[in-house]
Write a new protein. Sequence first.
Length: 203
Amino acid sequence: MLYAAFTGDLERTAAALGVRPMDVLRVAQEEEWDEKLKPILDLKKSSKPGDVNRAINRALNFVQSHKLRMVIERIIRRLTGMTPEELEEYLFTTSTGKGGEKISKLSTRAVADLASALEKCHAMTYAALNDSMPERAKRNEGDGGVDAGDMHAKIAEAMRKAAASKSPHAQVFDARLSAAQAEIVQPTPEPQDVPPVHPYDQD
């Protein structure tokens, strides 16, 4: 995502990640990031102010919204896979009455919260793709231009493909990022302490 946000700038991407530029270059070449992110990197040629920033921002928002949607989908699958007994236990709360009797009461709060989360997730993806109801109505009028929603959808798809790699080198790179981030959050050592060894200096 950072490589895309910085439109292929190795130095800025490496600085943001806390790793060496050569590490970013190596994984970018082996994972073919430039090819996968071509719709994004091509935006550097745009002459309109803010085009790149807006497109990248919407692409990042779409990716995050899609990840949230995947989490919600897992919850929905879990609910739909419940037995009638499990679902009843999930939806009914039990309390004790004044006479000591047990009272069961239906509660749909959890389902309502899930629906609300899903609605917000949909709204975020619509916003990221210029696909809200007013924007749909405006596009139906037809202005002969390029559909901005299509452009952002292509960008988001390119970012999804770039992030989907599970190759050994990609996993090693992820491990290096974790090590770099862990080093960044460590407190500054006292003068008498031995400074930590950078993971790239251990070879």
